[in-house]
Design a protein around this ligand. Structure first.
Ligand code: C2E
Ligand code: CA
Length: 552
């Protein structure tokens, strides 16, 4: 056998990396040698192959075969100096992975090709280490044995990482991930493994450790990473949540473990932010419910919004207690799930992109209703809720105007409530849109004002008409020890007056609170004390009893 194969250098290079494979071919005999890693990973019949071009050709993805063949024949014929191309190759488990294949031909003094040698690098992301953090990638999870070695797995995710990126930029985001991962690695016990799960999620496999030890570790991470100090001296506050699964008792196979971890983390983020939540039957059921809700919601939308309905909650004039209008609140009953509350199904609609369709349905019905009530009840101020995401739809303004025209509603009596003020990432664009909508007569309200850190900041940017003071300041206003709430609400209303905004106080639950807020000079009041949100028929009954509206 040729010396080129019996070469210690080949062995040394061949074992240097797990995702780089080397090969060398004696072109006279057409026998080639492949590194051991290549044999294992691609499932070759052995280290030595005869007619390797044809054998390897069978591993190349049919769609990439032309690229591969053209390149390699170009090199052999002398037209090309180097073999250099990327294609998909089939590995031992039958899947295709992207490889970058580079090689060159060595010729003798007579210019006859004698050796072809090169290397192949896996570039499909199946690399062992994550290029940003240096942690193991999730592909490596296949090498862990969850069935016979007991332990606890934690999936740790950052809360609102997208927000961090939008505030600080991608580079800072990367710096945060690097520093965070170093901290995790540093706190891990010997024998534990840390993997980058993707994005801002990290998987820690705490072999031989029970839930208490894992929980202590999680607490330590929270403590050590709640403020990340950047290289330029800035400090960024971060918060994390985590899902935990015990193995082998809760999961003895990789797929099950990952599924349960993902469900637990999702649950933690939605219900117990900042905490480590271990997998439980309740989480499994919640997840199952989420899947059914998602399907049922989609079905409802397809079915011409069957199951969706608007409820109406009156706005009250503080002076005489009459109904000035209403907030439209969405309700939904699915085929299988009948008791889903708005916070639950709206979140699903937002997470899966269906809020736009449903939002336009709400918009159309609210606007149509404003026009439909006019003849009987006069002009009522009708509001509906819009999340920031919905405003990003290019057709938002166009649709709002077209519904006004279609139903002959009066835009001066339509209030668009912006929910979740803290999520706004492009206030200037939003401000421009609000300006255009207001020029058409629409009124804009900032919902839940006072809770989000960004509320005050947003007032500087956004041209609005109404401020809706958040429930939480109002609900317990009459109870002892809540003087501070009174001061906050009073100051907010004073601010509204001075800045020329109208105000709506919501969450008025009882007569004592109603008495207090009655003296505060808000423009409108809203809350269970006056009425819960009710269906159209019941709201119209309220309107029928509403003394002054007929003459408005
Ligand atoms: P929100 O805009 O803050 O709506 C007011 C919520 O407070 C309503 O809950 C209402 O039923 C409730 N509420 C009214 N009066 C009182 C009271 O006196 N005390 C208390 N504790 N609560 C009161 P609902 O209908 O469950 O809606 C929850 C949230 O769902 C809304 O909060 C809003 O953010 C969202 N939402 C509702 N309909 C829509 C919609 O059509 N589109 C969008 N994007 N979001 C909607
Ligand atoms: Ca609202």
């Amino acid at each position: 056998m040729s010396d080129i194969f019996n070469n210690e250098l080949f062995e040394a290079f061949g074992s240097a990396s797990d995702n780089v494979y080397i090969y060398v071919c004696d072109m006279k005999t057409d026998i080639s040698r492949w590194s051991k890693a290549a044999v294992d990973y691609f499932g070759l019949s052995g280290e030595y192959l005869e007619n390797a071009a044809a054998v390897w050709g069978q591993h190349v993805h049919p769609d990439d075969l032309k690229t591969y063949t053209e390149d390699i024949t170009g090199v052999f014929s002398g037209k090309k100096k180097y073999h250099d191309c990327q294609y998909r190759a089939r590995n031992a488990s039958g899947g295709y992975v992207w490889v970058e294949c580079k090689g060159s031909v060595i010729r003798n003094a007579e210019e006859t090709p004698i050796i072809f040698a090169g290397l192949m690098t896996r570039i499909d992301g199946q690399s062992k280490y994550d290029s940003l953090t240096g942690l193991l990638t999730t592909h490596e999870i296949r090498y862990f044995d969850f069935a016979s070695q007991p332990g606890t797995a934690l999936l740790i995710g950052m809360d609102g990482f997208r927000k961090i990126i939008s505030n600080y930029g991608y580079n800072t985001g990367d710096e945060i991930l690097i520093k965070f991962s170093r901290e995790i690695n540093h706190l891990c016990k010997p024998g534990w493994k840390t993997l980058r799960f993707g994005g801002d999620e990290f998987l820690v496999i705490a072999f031989s450790s029970g839930p208490e030890e894992a929980a202590d570790f999680y607490k330590e991470i929270c403590r050590e990473t709640d403020i990340i100090k950047l290289d330029d001296g800035r400090r960024v506050g971060i918060s994390i949540s985590a899902g935990g699964v015990l193995f082998p008792q809760d999961a003895d196979a990789k797929e099950v473990l990952i599924n349960k971890l993902e469900h637990s983390l999702e649950y933690a983020k939605n219900n117990q932010r900042g905490n480590l939540v271990f997998f439980s039957e309740e989480i499994a059921q919640k997840h199952e419910r989420g899947l059914v809700l998602r399907e049922d919601l989609k079905q409802s939308i397809k079915n011409d919004f069957k199951g969706f309905e608007l409820f109406f909650q009156p706005f009250i004039n503080p002076g005489d207690g009459t109904i000035a209008g209403c907030e439209c609140l969405l309700r939904w009953k699915g085929e299988r799930i009948k008791d889903s509350y708005p916070m639950e199904f709206i979140k699903i609609l937002e997470d899966y992109g269906n809020i736009h369709d449903v939002g336009f349905w709400v918009m159309e019905h609210a606007i149509r209703q404003q026009a439909a009530w006019r003849d009987t009840y006069g002009e009522l101020q009708v509001s509906f809720n819009v999340s920031y995401q919905q405003f990003l739809d290019d057709t938002f303004e166009e649709k709002a105007i077209s519904y006004i025209e279609k139903y002959g509603a009066n835009p001066n009596y339509i209030i668009i409530e912006l929910t979740e003020s803290c999520q706004v990432e492009a206030p200037k664009a939003l401000a421009a849109m609000f300006g255009r909508l207001r020029a058409r007569g629409f009124k804009i309200a900032l919902d839940d004002f006072g809770t989000a850190y960004a509320s005050m900041e947003m007032l500087k940017w956004l041209p609005v008409d109404y401020i809706k003071v958040e429930h939480s300041f109002i609900r317990e206003l009459a109870q002892p020890g809540h003087d501070i709430d009174y001061v906050i609400v009073d100051s907010l209303l004073e601010m509204c007056r001075r800045l020329g905004y109208d105000s709506i106080i919501e969450g008025v639950e009882d007569s004592k609170v109603a008495d207090i807020v009655g003296n505060l000079n808000a423009t409108l009041l809203q809350g269970y004390h006056y009425s819960h949100p009710v269906c159209r028929k019941d709201f119209e009954k309220l309107l029928d009893k509403n003394v002054n509206t007929q003459t408005r």
